[in-house]
Write a protein that binds this ligand. Sequence first.
Ligand SMILES: NC(=O)c1ccc[n+]([C@@H]2O[C@H](COP(=O)([O-])OP(=O)(O)OC[C@H]3O[C@@H](n4cnc5c(N)ncnc54)[C@H](O)[C@@H]3O)[C@@H](O)[C@H]2O)c1
Ligand SMILES: O=CCCC(=O)O
Length: 493
Amino acid sequence: MNNSLYQLPVQIANPALFDSRGFIAGKWRYAASDKTFPVTEPSSGQILAHCADFSQEEFVEAIEEADHGFRKYFYQTTAKQRSSLLRKWNDLILENLDDLAKILSLENGKTLSEAKGEVAYAASFVLWFAEEAVRSYGEVIPSSYQNTTALTFKEPVGVCGIITPWNFPAAMITRKIAPAFAAGCSVVIKPPSETPFTAIALVKLALEAGLPPDIVHVVPTKDRNASLELATHPKVKKISFTGSTNVGKMLTKLAAGTMKRVSMELGGNAPFIVFDDADIEKAVEGALICKFRSSGQTCVCANRLYVHQDVLEDFTQRLIGRVQSFKLGRGIDEGITHGPLVNAAAVEKVKHHVADAIEKGGQLRYGGAVPADTSGYFYQPTIITNANKDMLLATDETFGPLAAIFAFSSEEEVIEMANDTEFGLAGYFFSENINRVLRVARRLECGMLGVNTGLISAVETPFGGVKESGIGREGSKYGLGEYQNIKAVTIRG
Ligand SMILES: NC(=O)c1ccc[n+]([C@@H]2O[C@H](COP(=O)([O-])OP(=O)(O)OC[C@H]3O[C@@H](n4cnc5c(N)ncnc54)[C@H](O)[C@@H]3O)[C@@H](O)[C@H]2O)c1
Ligand SMILES: O=CCCC(=O)O
C-alpha cells in the first residue's frame, strides 16, 4: 500500500512525496494509537486523504530527540556544512516543484500557478538562509576595562517549535526552518491540520538532502492540546508561530512559563489607500494582487480599501471590470484564476461580513453570493462601496474575496482611519506625489508598506508586523538572528 491512506486524484512524478505519516526520532510512522484525521480538498469538499494524528506523548518524544540531536552534533557542524545541506534541499525543492505544487493546490485549493509560485517562494528562503549561514559574524567590542577584549558569539537557540497556518503550506514552513537550520537549531514542526501533506513532502526532501534525521521532526495532529507541548516543554527554547492573533497571544503566554524566545507572525487588517493624485490603473492592479491573491486568504491582503471621494467611482468601475474576468474553480484545473476558500467556516465568515455590511448601509456592487454551480467552498469575488467603521469588516480580518471600499476626503482623515486598528502588519497606498509618499509612509502604523504596488513579499525584505500583528521579522538579513542567541565573552589579559 502507498504510505498515504488514499491515492492523490492527480498523477505526480514522485509518488513517494505524498505521504500521510509523521517523522519522529528518525522514522516515518503513524501514531501509536493509529489515530488519523481527514484532510479535505476545498475545491470539492471531499476527503483527499487521512493523516496520522499524533499524541502529546509523541510530541514529547520528538522534542527530546530534537534536543538530543541538537546537542549531540548539529550544534558543532560548521556554517559551511549547514549551508551546503540547505543548498541541496533548495535544489530538491525546485526539482520537485511541479509535484509539490500539485499536493499544495489539492490540499489548500489555491490555483496551480499560485501553488507553483508559492513553492518557488518557499525555496527562495532555503537558498537565502544557505547564503546567510556563512555570513553570520560575531563582533569585537572596544572594552572599557584595561587589557581586556570583549567578543560576541552567535549561537543557535536550540530546539525550535514550529506552528504554521494552512494559507501558505510551504513558504510559512521554510521561512522558519531554513533560518533555524542555518543557525544550527533543531526543529519540531506541527503543520496545519488542513494542509499537512506539503509540510511532510518538504521534510522528505530535507532528509534526502542530508539533513540529519534527529534534528527534523514533523508531527501532524488535530489535537491542539498535544501541540501545546511546543509552547510549554522546557527543552523547547523557541516557539515560532504564524497564524491568528488570538492563538499567538495564547502561545506567547504559555511560552513565558519557560521564558522561550518567540516569533509571532499574526493577523492583519491592512489598509489600502488610493489618493486623488494616484495612478488609478496602478491602484487597480495593486488591489487585484493584494486583495484577491489566494482568494483573499493572505495575512497581507488588503482588508479596508480607502479611496478618495474624487476618484472613487472611477476606481470602483475599473476594479469591477477586472474582477469580472476572474474564473473561479478547482485550483488544480487549467485556466482557473481563483480557487476556493479553505473550508465551510471561511465561507460563512465572508457571508457574515457581507450581510453585516449591507445591513449597515454598504452597497453591493459586484458578487455577494456563493456561486450556484460549485460543490466546494467557494464565494464570489465581491465589491461593496459605502463601507463604514461600524461594519465587522472594518475591525475583523475577512480573509476572503471581499473588497470593501470606504470614501475619504483628506490625508489627515485617512491616516487616522487607517491606523484605527489594533493590527499593524501590512499597508498599501497609491500616490504620485513624492512628498506625500514620504509623509504617509512615516505615519502609517504597520511593519510592511507597499507604495504604488500590491506586491510586497520577497525573501530579501523583512516580513513582520507591529502592534498586535506580531513580534519578530522573517526572511531578509534579520531572519537568522531570530534563531540565534548572542553570547558576550569578556577576556582579560
Ligand atoms: N503574519 C504572518 O506572517 C501570517 C502569515 C499567514 C497567516 N497569518 C494569519 O493566520 C491566520 C489564518 O491562519 P489560521 O486560520 O490557520 O490561523 P490559526 O491561528 O487558527 O492556526 C494557525 C496554526 O495554529 C494551530 N492552532 C490553532 N488553534 C490552536 C490552539 N488553540 N492551540 C494550538 N494550536 C492551534 C493551527 O492548527 C495551525 O497550525 C490569519 O489571521 C492570518 O492573518 C499571518
Ligand atoms: O499569509 C501571509 C504570508 C504571505 C506572504 O509571505 O506573502
